[in-house]
Write a protein that binds this ligand. Structure first.
Ligand SMILES: [Zn+2]
Length: 82
């Protein structure tokens, strides 16, 4: 019997995603402690909890690049190669 297909929607673009596939992002909630004034807390996260929110690689890539994930880019218009 084939494994059942699991589908969730990207919270930004509503694209269908399989949450088990590599590259799918899941929102995480955690406590972060600042070790030095002004330092990042990203490396010291405690009590991480996975939340039932998913996002695709493309949308998270846009967030990382400082672009609103809902904003269309030249790529969306087919004006630049992927
Ligand atoms: Zn997306």
């Amino acid at each position: 019997m084939p494994a059942s297909r699991v589908v969730v929607a990207c919270v930004y673009c509503a694209r269908e995603l399989d949450p088990r596939e590599p590259g799918t992002y899941q929102r995480v909630q955690a406590w972060g402690r600042r070790k030095r004034r002004g330092a990042s807390i990203a490396s010291d996260l405690v009590a991480r909890e996975l939340l039932p929110e998913y996002a695709c690689l493309q949308c998270v890539g846009r967030i990382r690049d400082g672009v609103d994930p809902g904003q269309l880019t030249l790529h969306d218009y087919g004006l630049v190669e992927p």
